[in-house]
Write a protein that binds this ligand. Structure first.
Ligand SMILES: Cc1ncc(COP(=O)(O)O)c(C=O)c1O
Length: 389
C-alpha cells in the first residue's frame, strides 16, 4: 500500500481503497443510508464504540473520500460538503464569531461574496473587502477584532495572485485564522496548508470530480481548526451525497493527468492569442508578463486551465455573441475543471467589486480549456477572435 513517503501521484492511486473490508474489491462501495444499526442497547447508548453512528454524520464512503483528501493536504481531517459554496460557508461559519472582523479579497468568487455580504454580515460579522494585490499592506486593514483573513488566489474572474506567504506571516503574528479557496491551485500545484494556511477549501465540483457531473466541496485543516470544521458541519447538517463522494474519490485517480492536460492546453491557448490585435490583456498568472508571475513561480508548481482575456472594448456585444455562439468546441457555460472547454463573459460592474481593478478597458472573457487536443482549441479561439476584426 502507498503511504505518505510515496510521491503524491502514487498516493492518488491508493488512497481510500479498502479491499480487506470489501471481499477483495478495491473501490469502497457506495453506502446509501440514514440508519446505522447498533448491535446492542449499550452500543446505542454509546457505551460500546460504534465506528459509524448515523448516515448524515459519516459512512465508509464519506470517510474514504475525506481521509484521502486530508492525506493529500497533509491535514488531520477533511469535511465533505454538497457543493464548493457550502464548503466555503461551512468553513467561514466555523472560523468567524459574532462581533469579529473578516477580511476578504475583492476578487472573491461571486456566490461566496453573496454569502458573506448577505448572510454572514447578518450574524454580526464585520466584513472588509481588500484589494487582492494588497499583500503585506493588509496590516493597514487589521483591526483589534480581526479574527479571519480569507484568501482566494488567483481571484475569480480577474486572476490576481496574493502573496500568501506574507499574509500568513502577518496573520500568525496576530493569532488571525487564514482560510484559502484553493480550487484553482489544487492540492497538487499549490500545497497551501504546508505554507501555513489554517483551512483549505476546494470546490470538488471542479478538478477533483472532473467530469462536470458532480456537486461537491471539501475543507481540510488540522488541530482545533479541524475540530471546529467537523463540529460546524455536523451542527449545520451538512453532508455530501454518497454517489458524489464516490465520484470525488474516483476523480482523484486521474486528477494529475486531467489537471496537467487542461493546464497545458490553457497555457497553449493563452500564448497563441496574447499578441492578437484585439487582445488588451491576458489574465493568466503563469504567463511571463503577468504582474503576478514572480509569486506564481515561487509558490505554484503548475497552473490550471482557467484564465481570462480582455478584448477590445469597441467590439459590439452582438459581434461577440455571434462569434462565441459559432465556436466549434468551446461551449458557453459556468463551472470549470471538467473534460470540456467552456467560455463565458464576465461583467464586473455594480456590486461585483468595491475597489477598482487593474484591468485595462474592454470585454472580459473567461476561458476554461478542457482535455481536447490543444491545437483544436487554439484554432477555435483564434477563429472566434478573427471574426471580431
Ligand atoms: C473559485 C471557486 N470556488 C468555489 C466555487 C463554488 O463551487 P460550487 O459550484 O461547487 O458551489 C466555484 C464555482 O464556480 C469557484 O469557481
Amino acid at each position: 500500500m502507498a503511504n505518505s513517503d510515496h510521491h503524491i501521484d502514487t498516493q492518488l492511486q491508493h488512497l481510500g481503497l479498502s479491499p480487506e473490508d470489501n471481499h477483495g474489491i478495491p473501490n469502497p462501495p457506495i453506502y446509501r443510508t440514514s440508519t446505522i444499526l447498533s448491535s446492542s442497547m449499550a452500543q446505542h447508548r454509546h457505551e460500546v464504540p460504534k465506528p459509524y453512528d448515523y448516515g448524515r454524520i459519516g459512512t465508509p464512503t464519506s470517510a474514504a473520500f475525506e481521509q484521502s483528501v486530508a492525506a493529500l493536504y497533509e491535514a488531520d481531517d477533511c469535511i465533505s460538503t454538497p457543493s464548493g459554496l457550502s464548503a466555503i460557508s461551512t468553513a467561514l461559519l466555523s472560523a468567524c464569531d459574532a462581533g469579529t472582523h473578516l477580511l476578504v479579497p475583492d476578487s472573491l468568487y461571486g456566490s461566496a461574496r453573496r454569502f458573506v455580504e448577505k448572510t454572514l454580515s447578518k450574524l454580526g460579522v464585520e466584513i472588509t473587502f481588500y484589494p487582492p494585490r494588497i499583500n503585506a499592506e493588509i496590516t493597514s486593514l487589521i483591526q483589534d477584532n480581526t479574527s479571519v483573513i480569507y484568501i482566494e488566489s488567483p481571484g475569480s474572474l480577474t486572476f490576481e495572485l496574493q502573496d500568501i506567504r506574507s499574509i500568513i506571516e502577518i496573520a500568525r503574528a496576530r493569532n488571525i485564522t487564514t482560510l484559502c479557496d484553493n480550487t484553482w491551485g489544487t492540492a497538487l500545484h499549490y500545497p497551501v496548508l504546508r505554507y501555513g494556511i489554517d483551512i483549505v477549501i476546494e470546490a470538488g465540483t471542479k478538478y477533483i470530480s472532473g467530469h462536470s457531473d458532480t456537486n461537491l466541496g471539501i475543507a481540510a485543516a488540522s488541530g482545533e481548526h479541524a475540530r471546529n470544521l467537523r463540529n460546524t458541519a455536523r451542527n449545520l447538517g451538512i453532508c455530501a451525497g454518497p454517489e458524489d463522494l464516490y465520484l470525488g474519490l474516483r476523480g482523484l485517480r486521474t486528477l494529475r493527468l486531467r489537471l496537467e492536460q487542461s493546464a497545458a492546453n490553457g497555457l497553449a491557448v493563452a500564448t497563441a492569442i496574447k499578441d492578437h490585435s484585439l487582445v488588451n490583456a491576458m489574465l493568466h498568472p503563469a504567463m511571463a508578463d503577468s504582474p503576478d508571475n514572480e509569486i506564481y513561480l515561487r509558490d505554484f508548481s503548475g497552473p490550471c486551465g482557467l484564465f481570462g482575456v480582455v478584448i477590445d472594448g469597441n467590439i459590439a456585444q452582438s459581434a461577440i455573441d455571434k462569434a462565441v455562439e459559432e465556436m466549434g468546441i468551446f461551449r458557453i457555460g459556468d463551472s470549470w475543471g471538467g473534460y470540456e472547454s467552456l467560455i463565458k463573459q464576465a461583467h464586473l460592474s455594480g456590486t461585483m467589486r468595491h475597489h477598482a481593478t487593474d484591468l485595462p478597458d474592454g470585454h472580459l472573457l473567461r476561458l476554461y480549456t478542457g482535455l481536447e487536443h490543444g491545437s483544436d482549441l487554439i484554432a477555435d479561439v483564434q477563429t472566434m477572435l478573427d471574426k471580431l476584426k
